[in-house]
Design a protein around this ligand. Sequence first.
Ligand SMILES: C[S@@+](CC[C@H](N)C(=O)[O-])C[C@H]1O[C@@H](n2cnc3c(N)ncnc32)[C@H](O)[C@@H]1O
Ligand code: SF4
Ligand code: SF4
Length: 353
Amino acid sequence: MKNFSFITKNMKSFDLAKNYNNYKSVKQQGEALNISYIPPRFSFTITSKCNLRCPTCQYVLKDPKLFENSGFMRIDDYKSTLNKYKGYITNLTLTGGEATLHPELEKFIDFSLSLGLKVSLISNGILIRKKLSALKKLHDLNVTLDAYDFQSFARNRGGTAKQWDHIMEGLQTLRENQIKFTISFLTTRKNIDEIFHLIEFADEFQPTTLRLNSFNPHGKAKDLVLTKSDPHVIDVISEIMKRNDYSYNIKLPFVFDDRHPYFSNKICMYPWHGVYINENCDIAYCCQLPHDARIGNICDNYDFNSKNMLKWRKTLLNHKLPVDCKFCHRRFKGDYTKFITKKWKWKDNDPFK
Ligand SMILES: C[S@@+](CC[C@H](N)C(=O)[O-])C[C@H]1O[C@@H](n2cnc3c(N)ncnc32)[C@H](O)[C@@H]1O
Ligand code: SF4
Ligand code: SF4
């Protein structure tokens, strides 16, 4: 039985075409090769430039030169894409690289809002203060912190003391202006103990949610993956779950059990439910993989069933796990264990029990 909560959540809108499109998307995801709907989650990498070089970054791991060879998305390309698909979009995310580097960021947000769309943005937080007038209009601002002080910032993100100071000033400004934000942390086997410091940090800064994500090695630094066979990882998770007085939601990092049948069988929904576009309008299979004109180009009559996209979906449907997907926590979206403040309790969604 499929989980239809996604449809009902979006049924709040009385837009029949959008609801019917969502319905078809939920019915066909992870099942049909050819889809007969518009994937309702749009994610725009409005620039692939970045002011950091995190050693764990999915792009750094694959192509360290990507950031240098990138530009900025043209606002006209963004507008024409949204005008074409606005009737189907339920989730709209601006990301990068570092989206706040885009000199016209506010225009992107304003245009999206003028169409009645809610906008989310993922940022490393360095430019929060500089871009406050744009950021305060967002529906959701996720600051990928990966740190709790300068030393951990330098270790986990390779950043400078000045950049860390900017992030701290930015978070302080968000609080002073009562702008809601979430914080995320890319958890690895090496830095998992830092979560306890991060929790102290969150107690002080009060994000709405603490998102503890799992590192995807993309076939490289496999020793950093969180696995069930590591007793220390299990101890840390159990320790976090002992408390149930958190004043913010927590999404726990996904811990993989590669001996469990679900690990090999689980199909990732991202190539079905989303459209991932970069500054040149090129498409990616998902938010974890590089954009490539050979998959398609949204500004040039992109076919949601393009030859390469069909090939990728077929590989996933046949349970042939590509190296990038093996230890990708996105594949297990919905299976994350969470602390929910509204109920003051943990919702244990571990699929490997
Ligand atoms: C590529 S970043 C772009 C936005 C922004 N520069 C940032 O870091 O938040 C988007 C998200 O991907 C996550 N990410 C990057 N590399 C990853 C990896 N190897 N495994 C899992 N998530 C990763 C980041 O933590 C961030 O939450
Ligand atoms: S800030 Fe984001 S895009 Fe930039 S290097 Fe780090 S993870 Fe990659
Ligand atoms: S498992 Fe990860 S890398 Fe593979 S398609 Fe899904 S999101 Fe992309």
